[in-house]
Design a protein around this ligand. Structure first.
Ligand code: KIV
Length: 278
């Protein structure tokens, strides 16, 4: 087990001030969480991307509060030395500040995660203030916001015009004023990633936002080469675990058919008299 100390929001603030980068990946279950806990990665997100990665949906919008609670709990158990973010699913904060506080409290209270994340810019100002006032740490999420991606024409790069880039900077400043301790910035040109990062004092966690952000985020199943459906341009595959798994399954299948498995090494070899059975 790695000698790892769980980070706090004060550490993340200090990292930004000192220009020390950090890293952030997703997990949705106990085993993956415990693997990440053994690594040096500082933050785990139990993202609503679980809808696509774990549940096979074509988007994140059907994910429910119950799905989130169910998946955040085992991650909290598996990664006691890693800061854990619980994502607030679509429909759990859009209605009112009261609904947002109610569901943020649920995520913290029922799972033990360290903070909640929600998507949206200026329009989410009062939701963020309400949750922060309830004593809960909030991570924002601007740029490409998958829960509402259909309304902006699908999974597309955001901030590609001067006007939309300036709007993103305004979103970031508003989120900071509302009290977020950090924010995800997804799928924007490198120059916009830099401008947003420089516009706020809180850490900017970039996914497809170029090299100038404070922290790099990737979906674990993408960067390990496990999720076969789709690979966004910004994903670097650090391993091909899907191939390792399929090869191992085929070896097992082959050895089962040939009788090579199990050898005595994998069998209970105690001698037992069975005459009376016949
Ligand atoms: O749900 C998720 O995995 C996310 C990341 C894309 C940041 O929100």
């Amino acid at each position: 087990m790695a000698d790892k100390t769980k980070m706090t929001v004060m550490d993340f603030k200090k990292f930004k001030e000192e220009g020390r980068k950090f890293s952030y990946v997703t997990a949705y279950d106990y085993t993956m969480a415990s693997i990440i806990d053994e690594s040096n990665v500082e933050i785990i997100l139990v993202g609503d991307s679980l809808g696509m990665i774990m549940l096979g949906y074509s988007s994140t919008t059907p994910v429910t509060m119950e799905d989130m609670v169910h998946h955040i709990r085992p991650v909290v158990k598996g990664a006691p030395n890693t800061f854990i973010v619980g994502d607030t699913p679509f429909g759990a904060y859009q209605e009112s500040d009261e609904q947002a506080v109610h569901n943020a409290v649920r995520l913290i209270k029922e799972t033990g995660c360290d903070c909640v994340k929600l998507e949206g810019g200026i329009e989410m100002e009062s939701r963020i203030k309400a949750i922060v006032n309830a004593g809960i740490l909030v991570m924002g999420h601007i740029g490409l916001t998958p829960q509402t991606a259909t309304s902006v024409g699908g999974f597309k790069v955001q901030g590609g015009t001067t006007e939309s880039a300036l709007k993103l900077i305004e979103d970031a400043k508003t989120l900071e004023r509302a009290g977020v301790f950090s924010m995800v910035l997804e799928a924007v040109p490198t120059v916009v990633g830099k401008a947003v990062t420089e516009a706020v004092k809180v850490p900017v966690l970039g996914i497809g936002a170029g090299p100038h952000v404070d922290c790099q985020v990737l979906v674990t199943q993408d960067m390990l080469g496990m999720y076969g459906e789709f690979k966004p341009k910004f994903v670097k595959q650090y391993a091909n675990i899907r191939k390792v798994m399929v090869d191992a399954l085929n070896d097992f299948h082959k050895e089962t058919l040939s009788g090579e498995f199990p050898t005595p090494e994998f069998s209970f070899n105690k001698e037992v008299t069975l005459d009376k059975l016949y």
